[in-house]
Write a protein of this length. Structure first.
Length: 236
């Protein structure tokens, strides 16, 4: 009787109905393994997420004509460093400045304070009114004087120093030729003072051998260096 059955049908396996589901299950298993592999690869190579509440990028600190912003020191924290009491610094800076003056004097060098803390109102005059008197452009004036709100003198940590035996060099580049400047170059760091604007400084401010700042405690160090960790953006 098998001869009466067409050849094509006789060659079909008897278990055809059972094999088809097995083949489908194998294909499904292969697809699942492939999907899991792709998922694992994505998980391992995904971009790192920022911690909750933390910015993913750092915004550059604002600057104006090469100068960084500074807050005014509280008046209650200022102490005089000049004989007439007019020139003042924050307490910690004042103590170390007086100690530095005494140490220099023992070696025959006369350090005198020329300018310390300045309010924003004081700086307003020095920048805008002097700029007009000298017919200077804002960028030109900013090379030698910070706009109000952007002066290190606001902090109470910055001081302009002169040589008591060379008054003709006060607030001039020729101060670098005085015994006072040479002594500061060798000894100022012992009292936690540093030159704010050396030649070719990254802020583009003119060289000021008379302008020094105190960095002898955490607050003063943060005041001057935290902002400088960020990129400066020059503004027109």
């Amino acid at each position: 009787m098998d001869q009466d059955i067409p050849v094509a049908e006789r060659l079909q396996p008897i278990t055809k109905g059972k094999e088809e589901p097995r083949r489908g299950a194998i294909v499904s298993a292969i697809a699942l393994v492939a999907f899991m592999g792709v998922g694992a690869a994505w998980f391992l190579n995904r971009p790192a997420e920022s911690p909750r509440g933390t910015a993913s990028t750092v915004t550059p600190t604002e600057n104006l004509l090469g100068h960084l912003p500074y807050e005014e020191a509280p008046l209650a924290e200022l102490e005089p460093v000049s004989a007439d009491g007019q020139i003042k610094l924050r307490r910690a800076a004042a103590e170390r400045f007086r100690a530095m003056v005494a140490a220099a004097q023992q070696e025959g060098v006369v350090l005198i304070p020329l300018s310390g803390f300045r309010s924003k109102q004081d700086q307003d005059y020095l920048f805008f009114e002097v700029k007009e008197q000298r017919a200077q452009r804002a960028r030109e004036r900013a090379l030698v004087s910070a706009p109000p709100g952007y002066s290190e003198h606001h902090t109470g940590y910055a001081i302009d120093i002169g040589d008591g035996t060379r008054p003709q060099t006060h607030l001039k580049e020729t101060f670098e030729d005085t015994p006072a400047f040479r002594w500061l170059g060798k000894n100022a760091a012992r009292f936690s003072f540093e030159l704010s604007f050396p030649r070719n400084n990254p802020q583009g401010v003119s060289y000021e051998p008379w302008h020094w700042r105190f960095v002898g405690d955490r607050h003063s160090l943060q005041t001057f260096y935290k902002a400088r960790q960020l990129t400066l953006r020059d503004q027109p």
